[in-house]
Write a new protein. Sequence first.
Length: 471
Amino acid sequence: MDVDVLIVGAGPCGLALACDLARRGVRHLLAERSATLFMGSRGKGVQPRTREVLDDLGVGEAVRTHGGAAPVGMIWKDGERQDAYDMFRRSGPTDAEPYGEPWMMPQWRTQEILLARLRELGGDVVLSSALTGFSQDADGVTARLTTGEVRARYLVAADGGRSTVRGALSVAMEGETVDPSPVLVADVRISPAALDRLNWHIFADGAGLLTLCPLPGTEDFQLVAQFPQGTPDTSAEGVRALVAARTHLDADAVTEVRWSSDFRPRAALAGRFRQGRVLLAGDAAHVHSPAGGQGLNTSVQDAYNLGWKLGRVLLGGAPESLLETYEQERRPVAAEMLGLSTRIHRGEQQRGKEAQQLGLGYRGGPLSEGAAGVLVAGDRAPDGDAGDGRRLFDVFRGPHFTLLAVGTDAPLPVPDGDAVLVHRAPLSPAYGTGLFLVRPDGYVGWAGTTTEGLHAYAARLGLALPEPAAR
C-alpha cells in the first residue's frame, strides 16, 4: 500500500493530524496497535488554545456540547467539607480570546469526537495494526505493520511516551523524574447519594493526596491518588479499598471501576523531532507531568503545526526544507510547557494564563517575518469582528492561509488558486492597522503596512501570491 503519510498511533495527536491531512486531500494511513481506541480519561483538560484548534478542525461544537467548565475544588477532612479551593485562575471570554475558562473532557471523548470528524472527511483508523519495523531511504519509508507493508513518503510517530518508532531511531529522551512517588489514576462511578458532582473533591491525609473530579458529559469521576512509596493496586478491589481508606466514602460507594493505571510523573523531551523522513509528535516527542494539563494540548498543537507543512510540501509546491521548521518551532514550545507542568506539579506555580497556551507563539522563528499594528510575526492571530457579520475565526477556519487587511485600504494581491483567502476587516485593538498573512495554524507568518516583501515570503511556502496591480 502506498500513501503520502503513515501515522503510527491513534491518540489525540494522531487523530488530529489525520483530520488535518484528510481535509487537505493528503493520502494517509492512521495505524493503531490496539484493538480499540484508548478508553481512559487521562488527559482531561482542554486548554483555550486547543479549543481554538479543535474549532478550526471542525469539532468546536462537539467539544462545547460534550465538555464542561472545570469544577471548583472542595477540600474535605474527617468527612466534612472544609474550604473551596479553585485550582485555576479563571477569565471570561473576550473579543480576541473566545475561550477563557478551563474546559474539561475525558481523553476518550476527545478521541471519539476526532474519529467521528475523520470519518466525515473520508478517513478512518486501522486498528490492531502494530508497527513491527521500518526502513527509510531518500524517497520515503517502508513500514512493516501486522496488517501489511506500507510505503509512505513520511512517517509520523504519534505512538506515545514509550514510542516504538523513537526507540528504533535511537532518539534519546532528555529530562527528569518530576516526582518519585507513584500515582494511580482511574475512572470510577460513585453512587450519587454518596458524593455530589458539583465540585472537584480533594482529600488529603497522611497517606497522600486523593482527588475525585467529575468528568463532564459522563457519569464518571476521575480518581487521582498519590502514593509515598510502593506500587499502587490498580485492580477494581484495590481502587475501592483505596477510596474507603482515604475518604469518608465506603468501598461499595464506588459502583464501577471503568479503567485504572499507574505511573511516575516525569518530564522528558526528545533530543530531536525529526530524523530523515520520520517525525516525532505528541508524547513520542515530549512527556509531561499531568499536573499542568499540558500534555494532550501540546500534542494536538504539534499535529496542527505539522499538518499544514506536510500538506504544503506534498501538494503545495513548498520545498522539503519547510519540514525542518517543525522541530525549530515546536521543540522550544514543548520545552517551555514541560517546565510549566513541572513547576505546577511541585506547587511552584499556579495554573494561570500561561497554562492556557494563548500566549505561545513563534516570534523570531524561521517562518516569522515583520510586524504591524500591535502584532509581531509569530504571534497567535486573535479573533475579532470580521466586518461582514462573521468572526475572524470563521474566516480563518479551514486549511487555507488568510491575507488579512485590518483597518487599511492598502492594495492587495489577487491569489492564484484557493490556498490563500484575502479578507478586509475593520480596525481592531487586538491587531492595530496593518496587513497580516495568517498561517493555516492561526499564527501570523508575515506582517507589514504594505505588501513589500510579502510575495517573496509567500514564495518560500510555494504560495502564488503576486504583487498587487498598481492603481
